[in-house]
Design a protein around this ligand. Structure first.
Ligand code: FO1
Length: 342
């Protein structure tokens, strides 16, 4: 355990969560780190996309969960954003020597995570339990929760037929043109047990939809049955941050995918996809004229996160907006309660 603070487990389990973030991998983890750094230990929970998870080389791999785990533990590789810093690649080199599949890079230290996860899942632990065990071992006070313990798998229909997510994303470097996206098994997936109690907690101050890829990182989370409803009925404001700045994704294939699927890659188009769940939509200064759905408040600020300071600054802004919007939301709720009592 990196941080052997014996209070870690109890502090994060007894404290009510005050901020929840929905996140995919690298883009979302940047803001999650900002929130993690400015909030009190244990005040924060992230709900992670598991649509990218896959079974590879006999191992259960959960890339977005691991990206958040490594980022919050200060272990992430700063240049790639995924995997661990100061990694060595002896396993990959040896695998190549014997003709194994090496298109998905697994570093020696990262391999330990996948082996331990696979062992624990095979023994019957849930993904929630394994993830929580890892976050405690790595000394992270923020709770990290998969969207579901049931396997949901993102698949893409391309010009070459249906392919698995990591095949598209890594092996084929997002090159195939995408016609349709599906989240296999999502209809029967159950929301992970920690999520609904946290979303309905009266202490909750904000739900944040991180600037992750809307189509392949956030929408798998929103597609888990009951998730959109839980977000709509939570009393805290739901604040989204646009992953598209001036028509471009900061990183990854979001803009390309949106175009291929017939959406304009813009801050407005992403807001429209979240219209039923968000109260506030934060856009970059370069998108000051972005349109937002009726009833959604637009906030304009600098959203590009290069440095750690940028992440903390955006996190501060999100919390300030939440405080303001929370007051308005609770006064609307009180008014409508008074009216319905009549
Ligand atoms: N992304 C790559 O582009 N190439 C890789 O070889 C690769 C390996 C990898 C191993 C473990 C892990 O947790 C993530 C890894 N990623 C890799 C990132 C991952 O494919 C994507 O960033 C996410 O699935 C999208 O959020």
């Amino acid at each position: 355990m990196l941080d052997s603070d014996p209070k870690l487990k109890s502090s994060s389990e007894t404290r009510p969560t005050s901020v929840i973030a929905l996140t995919g991998g690298i883009g979302g983890a940047k803001l999650a780190l900002g929130l993690h750094r400015i909030l009190a230990p244990g005040d924060f929970m992230t709900i992670c996309n598991t649509g990218d998870d896959f079974y590879h080389l006999g191992l259960e791999i959960s890339p977005d969960i691991d990206t958040v785990l490594y980022t919050l533990a200060g272990l992430a590789d700063p240049s790639q954003g995924w995997g661990r810093r100061d990694e060595t690649w002896n396993f990959m080199a040896a695998l190549e020597e014997i003709g194994g599949h090496t298109w998905f890079q697994l570093g020696d230290q990262d391999l330990a995570t996948h082996i331990e996860r696979t062992k624990r899942l095979t023994e019957g632990e849930t993904l929630s339990a394994v993830t929580d065990y890892f976050r405690q071992q790595l000394g992270i006070a923020t709770r990290i929760v998969p969207m579901s313990d049931d396997p949901v798998r993102t698949r893409l229909r391309t010009t070459m037929g249906w392919i698995d997510f990591q095949d598209y994303f890594v092996r084929q470097n997002c090159k195939p043109s995408v016609r349709e996206i599906a989240f296999d098994n999502v209809e029967t997936a159950r929301i992970a047990p920690a999520i609904l109690p946290a979303l309905s907690d009266p202490h909750l101050r904000a739900v944040v939809i991180c600037p992750s890829n809307p189509l392949i990182s956030v929408e798998p989370i929103l597609a888990v049955p009951g998730m959109r409803k839980a977000l709509r009925s939570c009393t805290a404001p739901v604040i989204g941050i646009s992953p598209i700045i001036n028509g471009q994704a900061v990183r990854g294939p979001a803009a390309k995918l949106m175009e291929e699927l017939g959406f304009e890659p813009s801050a407005s188009a992403v807001a429209q996809r979240y219209a039923d769940v968000i109260d506030t939509w934060i856009v970059d200064e370069s998108d000051a004229d972005a349109r937002v759905p009726t009833g959604v408040e637009k906030v304009i600020t600098e959203t590009l996160m290069i440095t750690i300071k940028d992440r903390e600054k955006l996190a501060q802004k999100v919390l300030a907006v939440a405080q303001q919007r929370g007051r308005e939301k609770s006064s609307v709720t009180m008014t409508s309660n008074v009216m319905s009592d009549d």
